[in-house]
Design a protein around this ligand. Structure first.
Ligand code: ZN
Length: 115
């Protein structure tokens, strides 16, 4: 990547991919204890990506500035002009999560049809 592309990438990350914890709004992420429900308050500097006991990724965070960067794919962000959250999904909990999402969508559509 050229230095010009690096500048564009850095600007896109700064514009679209920085999580800012907030409370009291519709998009609030802080719980009653002030902890981020999206787990950004638990981020710490790490030199490698690891997985926790539930199989969720603990992404590499090499600097203090990177603690609030939303996980993303550089190539997708460079070809997209907006927020593009991309995360690893590959644990046994993925099946449960997909079932929950599919069931929620199905239930939502059934409720819409019922009305
Ligand atoms: Zn937050």
């Amino acid at each position: 990547m050229s230095s010009e592309e690096d500048k564009i990438y850095a600007k896109k990350v700064q514009s679209y991919m920085i999580h800012k914890c907030s409370s009291g709004s519709v998009n609030s992420c802080l719980d009653s204890n002030g902890r981020c429900t999206k787990n950004f308050t638990n981020n710490m500097i790490r030199n490698t990506t690891t997985f926790d006991e539930r199989g969720f990724p603990q992404y590499k965070r090499s600097t203090e500035k990177s603690l609030n960067v939303v996980p993303h794919n550089k190539k997708i962000l460079m070809s997209w002009d907006g927020h593009a959250n991309v995360e690893f999904a590959g644990s046994t909990f993925l099946v449960l999560y997909l079932y929950k999402v599919a069931f929620t969508i199905l239930l939502t559509h059934l409720l819409i049809i019922a009305f």
